[in-house]
Design a protein around this ligand. Sequence first.
Ligand SMILES: *Cc1c(COP(=O)(O)O)cnc(C)c1O
Length: 400
Amino acid sequence: MKTNKAYIAMTEKYSARNYHPLPVVLVRGKGVWVWDVEGRKYLDMLSAYSALNQGHCHPYIAKAAIKQAKRLTLTSRAFHNDQMGLFLQKLCTMTGYTKALPMNSGAEAVETAIKVARKWGYLKKKIARNRAEIIVCKNNFHGRTTTIVGFSSEAQYREGFGSFTPGFTIIPYNSIQALERAITKNTVGFLFEPIQGEGGVVVPDNGYLSACAKICKRKNVLMIDDEIQTGLGRTGKLFACQYEKIRPDIVIVGKALSGGFYPVSAILCDNRIMDILHPGDHGSTFGGNPLASVIGAAALEVIKREKLPQRALRLGTWFMEELKKIKSPIIKEVRGRGLLIGVVLKKKARPYCEQLMKKGILAKETHEMVVRFAPPLVITKKELQWALPRIAKVLKDARR
Ligand SMILES: *Cc1c(COP(=O)(O)O)cnc(C)c1O
């Protein structure tokens, strides 16, 4: 049964239908390229929502992972392991924070940041019991747990899953005034994405984040920066918030922190915040396990050695200019930063993604009308040059 169709039928029979994937079954990946079960080759321009910044099956990470898989994989945090400290030292050194708390999925790290911010509020701001508030933005995406979808503005993410956790206030994105107005005496944090990836690659105005940082500082509110998708080089800097020279109180990382090998996430902050946690306050069986730690350290090493942020900046800036040159009646806007680029269409993007697939390019629609181009950061100019005429051909066809 070596066809895409057969595997899809089997998957659909046994799995929940909570996704609508492109009809392609992948069996192998190397760098920016993937192969399907029928032997066709594709350029991956999604990178698993930026978890594959280092490319598929990066040999340096693979080697480290295999070696550690044969040595020690899991201790739980009931005991120490010899790898977690090394990983967190590297993560803190690279990012300039003094402490890191490792988790697994991105959503778990967001939950961790919420818990830390709330407890900080009760202990340090002396907020009345159960009154802590966190401000979030409309059109956000922070994950899929019940608490997180509870403060989503996307109807489908919420519908049927209530009731939800109280204590969140939703304000418009990119409005400095709205933040200023929403802060109350109970506000402990402002949780935001420096670019809204799932929301359609929405880039806020220059100066927005630095103005928010000033407000948060003045009002003693923690600035909580979700860099799960934008971080670790994707937008042309290690963190997208660095475009505005700000230093958030808490940074959340995930996705590319493992180079796609395994779920690894973390929150970063300084002692004054992290020290509010005491033994028993929070935990995760797999968080910080030695296999994850080795993979995380290797993934960071690749980002540094291969200068992935610099690559993303150079190639992304050039690629976005080329995309802007495509003359098509259905393109509304091309926007983004580094190699996180959204092409906003005047029509539904899904049929265009299906056409791109037929031309050997895997991209996925986000927010219905946007095609996101976010290839692994190890991509070369030559490979982008290969993709451009194919993308142009598909996007010029107004009939889809
Ligand atoms: C993907 C993503 C998450 C959730 O990460 P998971 O690993 O899917 O739980 C959270 N925030 C942002 C900005 C993301 O892009």
